[in-house]
Write a protein that binds this ligand. Structure first.
Ligand code: DAH
Length: 338
Protein backbone atom coordinates (compact mmCIF):
# COMPACT_ATOMS: atom_id res chain seq x y z
CA UNK A 1 0.00 0.00 0.00
CA UNK A 2 2.79 2.40 0.96
CA UNK A 3 4.60 1.77 -2.27
CA UNK A 4 1.53 2.32 -4.37
CA UNK A 5 0.88 5.67 -2.64
CA UNK A 6 4.45 6.74 -3.39
CA UNK A 7 4.12 5.55 -6.96
CA UNK A 8 0.85 7.49 -7.42
CA UNK A 9 2.47 10.64 -6.02
CA UNK A 10 5.52 10.32 -8.28
CA UNK A 11 3.36 9.67 -11.32
CA UNK A 12 1.01 12.57 -10.53
CA UNK A 13 3.85 15.05 -9.95
CA UNK A 14 5.40 14.00 -13.26
CA UNK A 15 2.10 14.54 -15.09
CA UNK A 16 1.65 17.94 -13.47
CA UNK A 17 5.15 18.98 -14.48
CA UNK A 18 4.52 17.81 -18.05
CA UNK A 19 1.16 19.62 -18.42
CA UNK A 20 1.42 22.17 -21.26
CA UNK A 21 -1.84 23.99 -20.62
CA UNK A 22 -4.64 24.30 -18.10
CA UNK A 23 -6.63 21.61 -19.81
CA UNK A 24 -3.84 19.01 -19.45
CA UNK A 25 -3.42 20.13 -15.84
CA UNK A 26 -7.10 19.57 -15.16
CA UNK A 27 -6.85 16.08 -16.72
CA UNK A 28 -3.92 15.32 -14.40
CA UNK A 29 -5.95 16.52 -11.38
CA UNK A 30 -8.98 14.39 -12.26
CA UNK A 31 -6.76 11.34 -12.89
CA UNK A 32 -5.39 11.45 -9.35
CA UNK A 33 -7.85 13.40 -7.15
CA UNK A 34 -11.11 13.01 -9.10
CA UNK A 35 -13.96 10.70 -7.96
CA UNK A 36 -12.35 7.78 -9.74
CA UNK A 37 -8.81 9.15 -9.42
CA UNK A 38 -5.93 6.89 -8.40
CA UNK A 39 -5.38 8.47 -4.98
CA UNK A 40 -9.12 8.53 -4.26
CA UNK A 41 -9.32 4.85 -4.99
CA UNK A 42 -6.34 3.99 -2.77
CA UNK A 43 -7.77 6.16 0.03
CA UNK A 44 -10.93 4.09 -0.08
CA UNK A 45 -8.80 1.00 0.60
CA UNK A 46 -7.69 2.29 4.00
CA UNK A 47 -10.56 0.50 5.67
CA UNK A 48 -8.85 -2.82 4.83
CA UNK A 49 -5.50 -1.77 6.34
CA UNK A 50 -4.72 -3.49 9.67
CA UNK A 51 -5.54 -1.33 12.67
CA UNK A 52 -1.90 -0.88 13.76
CA UNK A 53 -0.82 0.45 10.29
CA UNK A 54 -3.78 2.78 9.74
CA UNK A 55 -2.17 5.86 11.30
CA UNK A 56 1.03 5.57 9.23
CA UNK A 57 -0.82 4.89 5.97
CA UNK A 58 -3.23 7.75 6.71
CA UNK A 59 -0.31 10.11 7.21
CA UNK A 60 1.25 9.03 3.95
CA UNK A 61 -2.04 9.56 2.12
CA UNK A 62 -2.42 13.07 3.54
CA UNK A 63 1.16 13.97 2.69
CA UNK A 64 0.66 12.76 -0.90
CA UNK A 65 -2.61 14.74 -1.24
CA UNK A 66 -0.97 17.91 0.14
CA UNK A 67 2.05 17.62 -2.14
CA UNK A 68 -0.10 17.01 -5.22
CA UNK A 69 -2.51 19.87 -4.43
CA UNK A 70 0.40 22.28 -3.90
CA UNK A 71 1.99 21.19 -7.18
CA UNK A 72 -1.33 21.67 -9.00
CA UNK A 73 -1.71 25.22 -7.65
CA UNK A 74 1.89 26.21 -8.41
CA UNK A 75 1.58 24.83 -11.93
CA UNK A 76 -1.69 26.67 -12.54
CA UNK A 77 -0.08 30.01 -11.56
CA UNK A 78 2.88 29.29 -13.79
CA UNK A 79 0.64 28.43 -16.75
CA UNK A 80 -1.44 31.64 -16.31
CA UNK A 81 1.71 33.70 -16.11
CA UNK A 82 2.89 32.11 -19.34
CA UNK A 83 -0.47 32.84 -21.02
CA UNK A 84 -0.29 36.49 -19.92
CA UNK A 85 3.18 36.83 -21.36
CA UNK A 86 2.06 35.27 -24.63
CA UNK A 87 -0.87 37.69 -24.85
CA UNK A 88 1.49 40.63 -24.39
CA UNK A 89 4.04 39.38 -26.91
CA UNK A 90 4.24 41.79 -29.84
CA UNK A 91 2.79 44.69 -27.83
CA UNK A 92 5.24 47.50 -27.29
CA UNK A 93 4.48 48.62 -23.76
CA UNK A 94 6.95 51.49 -24.08
CA UNK A 95 4.82 53.21 -26.79
CA UNK A 96 3.44 56.55 -25.49
CA UNK A 97 -0.32 56.32 -24.81
CA UNK A 98 -2.78 58.03 -27.17
CA UNK A 99 -4.12 61.32 -25.81
CA UNK A 100 -7.69 61.16 -24.50
CA UNK A 101 -9.82 63.91 -26.04
CA UNK A 102 -10.28 66.58 -23.38
CA UNK A 103 -13.49 68.61 -23.06
CA UNK A 104 -13.68 72.36 -22.53
CA UNK A 105 -16.26 74.92 -21.48
CA UNK A 106 -18.81 76.15 -24.03
CA UNK A 107 -18.40 79.82 -25.05
CA UNK A 108 -21.79 80.62 -23.49
CA UNK A 109 -20.62 79.18 -20.19
CA UNK A 110 -17.39 81.17 -20.46
CA UNK A 111 -19.16 84.49 -21.08
CA UNK A 112 -21.77 83.80 -18.39
CA UNK A 113 -19.16 82.95 -15.76
CA UNK A 114 -17.05 85.96 -16.66
CA UNK A 115 -20.08 88.29 -16.54
CA UNK A 116 -21.13 86.89 -13.16
CA UNK A 117 -17.56 87.38 -11.91
CA UNK A 118 -17.49 91.07 -12.87
CA UNK A 119 -20.92 91.82 -11.40
CA UNK A 120 -20.25 89.92 -8.17
CA UNK A 121 -17.15 92.02 -7.63
CA UNK A 122 -19.51 95.01 -7.87
CA UNK A 123 -21.69 93.61 -5.09
CA UNK A 124 -24.42 91.80 -7.03
CA UNK A 125 -25.62 88.48 -5.58
CA UNK A 126 -26.99 85.57 -7.62
CA UNK A 127 -30.76 85.02 -7.72
CA UNK A 128 -32.98 82.64 -9.66
CA UNK A 129 -36.53 81.86 -10.66
CA UNK A 130 -38.45 79.18 -12.60
CA UNK A 131 -38.31 78.89 -16.38
CA UNK A 132 -41.99 77.86 -16.40
CA UNK A 133 -43.59 81.06 -15.13
CA UNK A 134 -47.06 82.42 -14.54
CA UNK A 135 -48.36 85.53 -16.27
CA UNK A 136 -48.28 87.52 -13.04
CA UNK A 137 -44.50 87.27 -12.62
CA UNK A 138 -43.72 87.45 -16.32
CA UNK A 139 -46.07 90.29 -17.27
CA UNK A 140 -48.67 91.72 -14.86
CA UNK A 141 -46.30 92.61 -12.03
CA UNK A 142 -43.94 94.06 -14.64
CA UNK A 143 -46.60 96.58 -15.66
CA UNK A 144 -47.12 94.77 -18.96
CA UNK A 145 -50.79 95.09 -19.95
CA UNK A 146 -52.90 92.33 -21.46
CA UNK A 147 -52.71 93.86 -24.94
CA UNK A 148 -48.90 94.03 -25.00
CA UNK A 149 -47.45 92.12 -27.99
CA UNK A 150 -45.11 90.09 -25.73
CA UNK A 151 -48.22 88.38 -24.30
CA UNK A 152 -49.52 87.33 -27.71
CA UNK A 153 -50.05 83.59 -28.30
CA UNK A 154 -48.05 83.95 -31.49
CA UNK A 155 -45.00 85.28 -29.66
CA UNK A 156 -45.03 83.19 -26.49
CA UNK A 157 -44.96 79.48 -25.58
CA UNK A 158 -48.04 78.90 -23.38
CA UNK A 159 -49.02 75.69 -21.60
CA UNK A 160 -52.63 74.53 -21.26
CA UNK A 161 -52.38 75.41 -17.57
CA UNK A 162 -51.98 79.07 -18.53
CA UNK A 163 -48.34 79.06 -17.48
CA UNK A 164 -45.67 79.87 -20.05
CA UNK A 165 -41.97 79.53 -20.81
CA UNK A 166 -40.66 82.82 -19.46
CA UNK A 167 -40.11 85.33 -22.25
CA UNK A 168 -37.42 87.09 -20.23
CA UNK A 169 -35.54 86.77 -16.95
CA UNK A 170 -37.19 89.97 -15.67
CA UNK A 171 -39.64 87.72 -13.79
CA UNK A 172 -36.78 87.04 -11.33
CA UNK A 173 -36.90 90.75 -10.37
CA UNK A 174 -40.46 90.23 -9.15
CA UNK A 175 -39.73 86.97 -7.34
CA UNK A 176 -36.73 88.53 -5.57
CA UNK A 177 -38.58 91.65 -4.41
CA UNK A 178 -41.51 89.52 -3.21
CA UNK A 179 -39.21 87.61 -0.89
CA UNK A 180 -36.64 90.26 0.07
CA UNK A 181 -37.04 93.78 1.42
CA UNK A 182 -34.78 96.51 0.02
CA UNK A 183 -31.90 97.00 -0.45
CA UNK A 184 -31.54 94.34 -3.15
CA UNK A 185 -28.69 94.02 -5.59
CA UNK A 186 -29.06 90.83 -7.63
CA UNK A 187 -28.22 89.26 -10.97
CA UNK A 188 -30.07 86.31 -12.50
CA UNK A 189 -28.57 84.50 -15.48
CA UNK A 190 -30.86 82.02 -17.24
CA UNK A 191 -32.79 80.88 -20.29
CA UNK A 192 -35.65 82.75 -21.93
CA UNK A 193 -38.00 81.61 -24.70
CA UNK A 194 -39.85 83.32 -27.54
CA UNK A 195 -41.58 82.22 -30.72
CA UNK A 196 -38.98 84.17 -32.68
CA UNK A 197 -38.09 83.39 -36.27
CA UNK A 198 -34.60 81.84 -35.98
CA UNK A 199 -31.94 83.73 -37.93
CA UNK A 200 -28.32 84.88 -37.57
CA UNK A 201 -29.10 86.98 -34.48
CA UNK A 202 -32.24 85.30 -33.02
CA UNK A 203 -32.92 81.96 -31.31
CA UNK A 204 -36.23 80.80 -29.81
CA UNK A 205 -34.40 79.62 -26.68
CA UNK A 206 -31.71 82.03 -25.63
CA UNK A 207 -29.84 83.25 -22.58
CA UNK A 208 -30.18 86.42 -20.58
CA UNK A 209 -28.58 87.99 -17.57
CA UNK A 210 -30.95 90.08 -15.51
CA UNK A 211 -29.88 92.67 -12.96
CA UNK A 212 -31.73 94.67 -10.31
CA UNK A 213 -30.54 97.24 -7.79
CA UNK A 214 -33.05 98.86 -5.43
CA UNK A 215 -32.06 101.14 -2.55
CA UNK A 216 -32.74 104.59 -1.08
CA UNK A 217 -30.84 106.62 -3.67
CA UNK A 218 -30.28 104.66 -6.85
CA UNK A 219 -30.05 106.99 -9.83
CA UNK A 220 -29.67 106.94 -13.59
CA UNK A 221 -25.92 107.78 -13.38
CA UNK A 222 -25.53 104.64 -11.21
CA UNK A 223 -27.15 102.60 -13.95
CA UNK A 224 -25.01 104.11 -16.70
CA UNK A 225 -21.77 103.86 -14.71
CA UNK A 226 -22.42 100.26 -13.68
CA UNK A 227 -23.22 99.01 -17.18
CA UNK A 228 -20.47 100.97 -18.92
CA UNK A 229 -17.96 99.64 -16.42
CA UNK A 230 -19.30 96.11 -16.91
CA UNK A 231 -19.09 96.26 -20.71
CA UNK A 232 -15.60 97.77 -20.64
CA UNK A 233 -14.42 95.02 -18.27
CA UNK A 234 -15.88 92.42 -20.63
CA UNK A 235 -14.81 93.86 -24.00
CA UNK A 236 -11.95 96.23 -23.18
CA UNK A 237 -11.96 99.94 -22.39
CA UNK A 238 -11.71 100.93 -26.07
CA UNK A 239 -15.11 99.42 -26.86
CA UNK A 240 -17.72 102.00 -27.83
CA UNK A 241 -21.01 101.75 -25.89
CA UNK A 242 -24.17 103.81 -26.41
CA UNK A 243 -27.48 104.17 -24.56
CA UNK A 244 -30.46 104.65 -26.87
CA UNK A 245 -33.79 105.85 -25.41
CA UNK A 246 -36.39 103.10 -25.74
CA UNK A 247 -39.60 101.89 -24.12
CA UNK A 248 -40.12 99.05 -21.65
CA UNK A 249 -43.33 98.84 -19.58
CA UNK A 250 -41.43 98.12 -16.34
CA UNK A 251 -38.83 100.91 -16.50
CA UNK A 252 -39.06 104.69 -16.94
CA UNK A 253 -36.93 106.09 -18.47
CA UNK A 254 -35.76 103.07 -20.50
CA UNK A 255 -32.82 102.48 -22.81
CA UNK A 256 -31.38 99.93 -25.14
CA UNK A 257 -27.63 99.50 -24.99
CA UNK A 258 -25.61 99.01 -28.15
CA UNK A 259 -22.00 97.90 -28.35
CA UNK A 260 -19.87 98.55 -31.40
CA UNK A 261 -18.78 95.34 -33.09
CA UNK A 262 -15.57 95.48 -35.09
CA UNK A 263 -15.23 92.51 -37.47
CA UNK A 264 -12.09 92.19 -39.57
CA UNK A 265 -12.44 93.83 -42.98
CA UNK A 266 -15.93 95.19 -42.21
CA UNK A 267 -17.16 98.63 -41.19
CA UNK A 268 -17.99 98.83 -37.45
CA UNK A 269 -21.60 97.83 -36.57
CA UNK A 270 -23.77 98.64 -33.55
CA UNK A 271 -25.23 95.52 -31.91
CA UNK A 272 -28.00 95.71 -29.34
CA UNK A 273 -26.99 93.79 -26.21
CA UNK A 274 -29.32 94.89 -23.42
CA UNK A 275 -32.40 96.72 -22.24
CA UNK A 276 -32.32 98.75 -19.06
CA UNK A 277 -33.90 101.58 -17.15
CA UNK A 278 -35.12 102.95 -13.83
CA UNK A 279 -37.70 100.68 -12.18
CA UNK A 280 -41.20 102.04 -12.88
CA UNK A 281 -43.07 102.96 -9.64
CA UNK A 282 -45.97 100.85 -10.96
CA UNK A 283 -43.74 97.78 -10.47
CA UNK A 284 -43.09 98.73 -6.82
CA UNK A 285 -46.86 99.16 -6.35
CA UNK A 286 -47.48 95.65 -7.70
CA UNK A 287 -44.79 94.24 -5.40
CA UNK A 288 -46.27 95.95 -2.33
CA UNK A 289 -49.72 94.58 -3.18
CA UNK A 290 -48.28 91.09 -3.58
CA UNK A 291 -46.21 91.35 -0.35
CA UNK A 292 -49.11 93.00 1.49
CA UNK A 293 -46.79 95.61 2.96
CA UNK A 294 -45.16 98.87 1.91
CA UNK A 295 -41.50 97.78 1.84
CA UNK A 296 -41.03 99.15 -1.68
CA UNK A 297 -42.44 102.63 -1.08
CA UNK A 298 -41.95 104.48 -4.41
CA UNK A 299 -41.43 107.66 -2.40
CA UNK A 300 -38.51 106.09 -0.51
CA UNK A 301 -36.76 103.68 -2.85
CA UNK A 302 -35.61 103.83 -6.44
CA UNK A 303 -33.92 101.21 -8.55
CA UNK A 304 -32.39 100.32 -11.85
CA UNK A 305 -32.78 97.12 -13.82
CA UNK A 306 -31.18 95.60 -16.87
CA UNK A 307 -31.47 92.50 -19.02
CA UNK A 308 -28.61 91.47 -21.26
CA UNK A 309 -28.49 88.90 -24.04
CA UNK A 310 -25.67 86.52 -23.14
CA UNK A 311 -25.61 84.99 -26.61
CA UNK A 312 -25.14 88.46 -28.08
CA UNK A 313 -22.32 89.22 -25.63
CA UNK A 314 -20.56 86.03 -26.75
CA UNK A 315 -20.98 87.04 -30.41
CA UNK A 316 -19.35 90.41 -29.78
CA UNK A 317 -16.63 89.03 -27.58
CA UNK A 318 -15.41 86.53 -30.16
CA UNK A 319 -16.69 88.06 -33.41
CA UNK A 320 -19.19 85.22 -33.99
CA UNK A 321 -21.23 86.08 -37.08
CA UNK A 322 -24.13 83.65 -36.61
CA UNK A 323 -25.85 82.97 -33.26
CA UNK A 324 -26.84 79.49 -34.44
CA UNK A 325 -23.21 78.37 -34.15
CA UNK A 326 -23.73 78.53 -30.39
CA UNK A 327 -26.29 75.70 -30.40
CA UNK A 328 -25.07 73.49 -33.24
CA UNK A 329 -22.39 71.79 -31.13
CA UNK A 330 -19.98 71.48 -34.04
CA UNK A 331 -16.66 70.55 -32.44
CA UNK A 332 -14.73 72.40 -35.14
CA UNK A 333 -16.37 75.59 -33.85
CA UNK A 334 -16.24 74.73 -30.15
CA UNK A 335 -12.59 73.63 -30.24
CA UNK A 336 -11.58 77.24 -30.86
CA UNK A 337 -12.61 78.13 -27.30
CA UNK A 338 -10.81 75.22 -25.62
N1 DAH B 1 -36.76 92.00 -20.36
C1 DAH B 1 -36.34 92.79 -21.49
C2 DAH B 1 -36.29 91.92 -22.73
O1 DAH B 1 -36.19 90.73 -22.61
C3 DAH B 1 -34.97 93.38 -21.27
C4 DAH B 1 -34.98 94.37 -20.16
C5 DAH B 1 -35.23 95.70 -20.43
C6 DAH B 1 -34.72 93.97 -18.88
C7 DAH B 1 -35.23 96.64 -19.43
C8 DAH B 1 -34.71 94.92 -17.86
C9 DAH B 1 -34.96 96.25 -18.16
O2 DAH B 1 -34.46 94.59 -16.61
O3 DAH B 1 -34.93 97.17 -17.17
O4 DAH B 1 -36.35 92.45 -23.81
Amino acid sequence: MNESIEAIQTEALAQITAARDERALEDARVAVLGKKGSLTRVSAGIKDVPQEDKAAVGQLLNAARTAITAALEAKQLALRDLADRAALAGIDVTLPARDLPCGALHPLTLIRDESIGILRRMGFALAEGPEIEDEFHCFDALNTPADHPARNEKDTFYFDSGKLLRTHTSSVQIRTMESQAPPVRIIAPGSAYRRDEIDATHLSAFNQLEGLYVDADVSLPDLKGTLEYFLHELFGTNTAVRFRPHFFPFTEPSFEIDVQLQLKGQPPRWIEVAGCGMVDPAVFDAINRSRKDHAYDPEKVTGFAFGMGLDRLAMIRWGIKDIRLLIENDVRFLRQFA
